[in-house]
Structure formats: structure tokens, C-alpha cells
Write a new protein. Structure first.
Length: 99
């Protein structure tokens, strides 16, 4: 299991400590449990390392922009899918006989 997988799964443990809380409550920036915040920070560091994110900006918006750019770079290397032309449907013989 990769470090990213481990840190992602480790986010579930602190969330499980608050079974009555909604995700909105758990992720409220003012009331977010410290254990959950630390788990997300560890996951962010693991993702940064895995994808080579070295920017000094460590906010979520910068990280997501970097990851989308990386995704675009990687997917642009994939071969383009061949476009198949649709064939015109032939009239059904039974329908043609009814006319």
C-alpha cells in the first residue's frame, strides 16, 4: 500500500471518533477536530511528494490547480480514440413492405 493510500485511510480514523457529526460539522474550519486536521495535513504532504509538488504555496487552491495541470499533462500523452462513423440505418424490409 502506498503512502498516499495509508494517509488517505488514516483520515477515516479521526472521522470515526465523531459518528454523530455531519461532514459539514467535521470540516468546519473553526471547529474541525485537530486529529482530523493533522490527518489531512499528512495526506497533503504525501500527495505533494508523490506528484512532485514543490511550490511554496501550500493552500488547497494552489495544490488542486497543480494536480489538474498534472492531470492534463498526463492525459494529453494518451493516444486519441478513433472516431467511428455511424452507419446509416437501412429501412427494415417489413416496414418497407407496409408502405
Amino acid at each position: 500500500m502506498s503512502t498516499v493510500e495509508k494517509t488517505a485511510k488514516a483520515i477515516l480514523d479521526p472521522r470515526a471518533l465523531y459518528p454523530e457529526s455531519t461532514l459539514a460539522n467535521l470540516y468546519d474550519p473553526v471547529t474541525m477536530p485537530i486529529e482530523l486536521m493533522k490527518a489531512h495535513e499528512a495526506n497533503n504532504k504525501a500527495v505533494d511528494k508523490a506528484y512532485g509538488y514543490t511550490d511554496t504555496e501550500t493552500d488547497d487552491a494552489s495544490r488542486v490547480a497543480f494536480l489538474f495541470k498534472k492531470y492534463e499533462e498526463l492525459t494529453s500523452l494518451l493516444p486519441a480514440k478513433a472516431i467511428k462513423k455511424k452507419r446509416a440505418k437501412k429501412a427494415d424490409d417489413t416496414q418497407a413492405n407496409l408502405i
